[in-house]
Ligand binder design. Structure first.
Ligand SMILES: *Cc1c(COP(=O)(O)O)cnc(C)c1O
Length: 419
């Protein structure tokens, strides 16, 4: 469920016409529904209500501080993967004790920043990282909460680029080797072993891979407890998929039921790190038709948003529904929706049956709330687009459109090149 719908041929976000926002801020822009965001978080969080749990929203899917604030205000935590994301989470007012820090390449300055902030735990991905965190903790005189991110070697049956829980992926520590890592950690006095974590991949549309991973984690927790290593947090990562096209992912309530059932008797606080499932269908990218043309019998609709604004189609060949902001009667045609970037891979949709778009028409790229703006870049020196949050009849610019000065910010011509 989301709050983007047609009323008399026109696309609305909550009680606001998308066209009106386009008139106000220009195109392209990302548009999010406050109601949908809040609702998605609430449904997910409530689904786990009967057990101790923390929902740590995965900031990398959408890290705008206004969006993070919605979840933080609803009692959520944040899953971060960098110092920059920690900064954002703190700006959004997160309780540091609800922050978990994932990622294979944490730098020393980032580890120190997180220790000083007092986060709940680092999800540690290697032996060397374990030693580094210990050294930092000792230096700062602050004990570091840790969980090992283990690789449960389950196939999430998703796109290879977003599958992370197979043994050949770069993520985590092999589940068999992880016992050694825990033993090593136990000998490091500045580490506080808190839990076990995993994250098997993204856009997972079945429940069984999650339950399989959980079963493997349970076995590990039992072994660890036998050795006197206390495990209090079971972090199952994120990865629950959404409907972009015809996928039928489990509802969060179904997902939660399966996990709660499988985790019964473990006496752990569950940590969940959802990203896409919360924000994916709560946002769209609105763009405008610049030109249309036909090359060798193929129709192209050239719009003012490109792969630098939304890279998912180019990167993963992923599908986003394309919708006219104002529906009109008339013929449809097969066309590619492409951007202005100088790359053949710059497209938003391929071979779609679409209305015969004309210059100036507004087009909505649906399900763009996750891994949309956060993956955007300035490639081709294109200013990054604005982000707008709608609440009822009102819209709020939560990130202003960049200007040309932003494009060169921080750049400098050395003296010897002047004159
Ligand atoms: C990306 C990521 C998530 C979020 O994944 P979604 O598929 O967006 O739910 C959660 N945890 C970790 C460690 C991640 O890398």
């Amino acid at each position: 469920m989301n709050d983007f719908k047609y009323i008399e041929q026109e696309l609305w976000c909550e009680q606001t016409p998308v066209r009106a926002v386009a008139q106000k801020v220009g195109t392209p822009f990302y548009l999010y529904s406050h109601q949908t965001l809040k609702n998605h978080f609430h449904v997910f969080d409530q689904a786990f209500a009967e057990v101790p749990h923390i929902v740590c929203f995965a900031a990398k899917s959408n890290s705008n501080i206004a969006i993070l604030r919605i979840f933080v205000a609803a009692g959520g935590g944040v899953d971060i993967v960098s110092g920059g994301e920690l900064y954002r989470a703190l700006q959004a007012g997160v309780e540091p004790r609800k922050v978990v820090y994932s990622g294979v390449g944490k730098r020393i300055d980032e580890i120190e920043y997180a220790l000083n902030a007092g986060i709940l735990m680092f999800n540690v991905e290697s032996f060397q990282e374990l030693a580094e965190i210990h050294a930092c903790a000792q230096r700062l005189g602050k004990r570091a909460g840790i969980a090992l991110r283990v690789n449960p070697d389950v196939d999430p049956q998703t796109h290879p680029y977003i599958s992370t829980g197979l043994k050949e992926n770069k993520f985590g520590v092999n589940i068999k080797k992880s016992i050694e890592a825990y033993r090593a950690a136990q000998k490091m006095p500045w580490l506080d072993i808190k839990g076990v974590s995993c994250h098997i991949g993204s856009q997972v549309t079945k429940i069984s891979p999650f339950v399989d991973a959980l079963d493997r984690l349970k076995k590990l927790i039992r072994l660890l407890r036998k050795e006197g290593i206390d495990i209090r947090y079971l972090d199952l990562g994120g990865g629950l998929g959404i409907t972009y096209r015809e996928e039928e992912p489990p509802h969060p309530v179904e997902y939660a039921k399966a996990i709660i059932g499988a985790a019964k008797g473990m006496d752990c606080t569950l940590v969940l790190e959802p990203g896409r499932v919360i924000v994916g269908n709560a946002g769209i990218l609105v763009t405008k038709v610049l030109y249309t043309k036909t090359n060798e019998g193929k129709n192209f609709v050239i719009v003012d948003a490109g792969m630098n604004d939304l890279i998912r189609p180019s990167l993963y060949n992923s599908y986003h529904q394309i919708q006219p902001v104002i529906k009109k009667k008339g013929k449809t045609q097969q066309a590619d929706i492409v951007g202005p970037i100088c790359e053949s891979g710059d497209y938003l949709a391929k071979e779609r049956q679409l209305p015969e778009f004309e210059r100036g028409e507004l087009v909505a790229v649906m399900s763009a709330g996750a891994y949309g703006f956060t993956m955007s870049s300035n490639y081709n020196s294109r200013p990054r687009v604005s982000e707008v949050l709608v609440k009822g009849r009102r819209s709020y610019v939560i990130r202003r459109r960049e200007g040309y000065a932003d494009i060169v910010r921080g750049e400098k011509i050395p003296k010897f090149l002047k004159t």
